[in-house]
Design a protein. Sequence first.
Length: 209
Amino acid sequence: MSTVHEIKHPLIEHKLSLMRQKETGTKDFREMLGEIAMLMAYEVTRDLPMKEIEIETPMSKCTTRMLSGKKMGIVPILRAGLGMVDGIMQLVPAAKVGHIGLYRDPETLLPVEYYCKLPPDVQERELIVVDPMLATGGSANAAIDCLKKRGCTSIKLVSLIGAPEGIEAVQKAHPDVDIYIAAIDERLDDHGYIVPGLGDAGDRIFGTK
């Protein structure tokens, strides 16, 4: 079974509390989402492989550690996942960005892929799938399925807020994908929204209804 990492940090909790408030405007909401994504990225990238190298400082030679060159990729689920990309890329600017677009079929209520554009070497990369809300888990599972069908094997899922139902669904479908999340809320309502949540993340990021 995959591991759920609930990232608790005073700055994350403070910013998330501000984001939840219904009076928070689009500009502040979008900026804080990017900031939280950057803070979460510290934990998400904690296990990146390292190598020892010898360098020369202004004082002397020494042995130190740097990233071993493992390539990374960020894959937002359109459209709300776009709000997390820039924050993560503040820390890993060399990462390539793919995009997966999904919509919910009105009859089956299942996610349908309508767009997928990935780096050509995506199978070689450590991938971070990002979507602010992990509600039913349907979109996350569909996005991960999309990546696995294309030969990807190293995948992590990063969300701002999750419902227990969505977390369980992803763990059941993809037990090899660890989940990183800032807050686990109470439940889903009858319409599949997270309670207490923060509303529709995409609408609040882009100012739509």
